[in-house]
Design a protein around this ligand. Sequence first.
Ligand code: FAD
Length: 401
Amino acid sequence: MVVVDLEKCVGCGECEDVCTFGAISIVDEKAVVDPDTCTLCGACEEACPEGAIEIEGEDISPAGGMDLDAWRGVWVVAEFRHDRFAPVTFELLGKGRQLADDLETDLTAVLMGSGVGEYAESLIERGADKVLVVDSPRLEQFLDDVYARILADMAQKEKPEIILAGATAMGRAFIPQVATILETGLTADCTGLEIAPEGRDLLQTRPAFGGNLMATIICDSTRPQMATVRPHVLKAMEPDASRQGEVIKIDPHEDLLKSNIKVLESVMEEAEGPMLTEAEVVITAGRGVENPKNIALIEKLAHCMEGGVGATRAVTDAEWLPGRCQIGQTGVTVSPKLYMGFGVSGAIQHLVGMQGSEIIVAVNKDPDAPVFDVATYGIVGDVKDILPLLVRRICQERGND
Ligand SMILES: Cc1cc2nc3c(=O)[nH]c(=O)nc-3n(C[C@H](O)[C@H](O)[C@H](O)COP(=O)(O)OP(=O)(O)OC[C@H]3O[C@@H](n4cnc5c(N)ncnc54)[C@H](O)[C@@H]3O)c2cc1C
């Protein structure tokens, strides 16, 4: 609790000014603290020029005096489904390598699944020093409670200071559970990860307030520091077959393998064209296509360029295209060789999902549309005029009509 020494307090109001929770007021020239509103953040104690304020009692922060130095090493959770690694695994290893080098520690990949052991070496080629393999037929289906318990159990024993995972359907399903079991923080959908210039804190940068500003978050009182990153945000290392590392087999305790979930059936979604996140060409519809009938032309252009169809949220909200086509902060991130946006305004929440594209072509009738700030080539004009011309010309030339 916050204790005010009334002898020392001169009622200067410094504590009231710094309290962002409105928990302190000056009454009869003395500081009065509302215990129901106070969060024990300590700002008033620091601000008081008279030393009249003190926080007393045991440390009730989640860390509760955790020995942060007992935690060392960087872990990357490898995602292996349908006979291959998700590309985000290699991207995380690329960043994990850099973080581990900065911290002068090891980079460990954690590989869980059924029949996955033989693929461990490729994680070493991509930057890992060690691979912890949990290979069990019981892990054939992805069961988020089981994966969460196994990873948390390994982390409790090995004590890594950082755990990175993909912000994929799988990562989103079980990584928050791991953070909850370990009673630590998790920053989701990071776009940047660096080590603080002093100390060993991980600076985790992500969009905040609807994408209108970037926030850098630290988890300075608990370990491990956990972060997820979306696919295509980071760059993978080139594989290096000469890299040496250690593969360690882990047998999880029987209790960890018990699940409350029963998977009845897994069905692969049938979608035409390449997966949007892996497409080299992405043709995107914005609200400026004006009419759902014009979506057919977007799809035709994508088809003849062997590309994927993307959309802004305005378009998916209007159900002109399905939600899986949405690019941006609350959709997918793409980084194709060529992105073409038709009637896309360039809202920040959309840009964060496509600005890693190599070439960006934007068509918009408003010359001041923000999308032109990131476009490599801009065409100011009406989508209804330009899209049919491009479809005719490109599809004819490619003989892919
Ligand atoms: C928390 C949050 C998360 C969000 N997440 C996402 C996200 O993941 N992805 C996303 O896309 N959005 C997201 N949004 C919404 C985002 O803010 C924008 O509202 C959205 O991207 C706008 O879509 P748009 O560009 O298609 O439509 P608009 O902003 O309405 O722009 C339409 C553009 O088309 C142009 N135009 C109109 N008619 C024509 C024509 N005939 N020819 C040429 N140009 C024309 C206009 O000049 C305009 O620039 C999010 C918003 C919030 C608050």
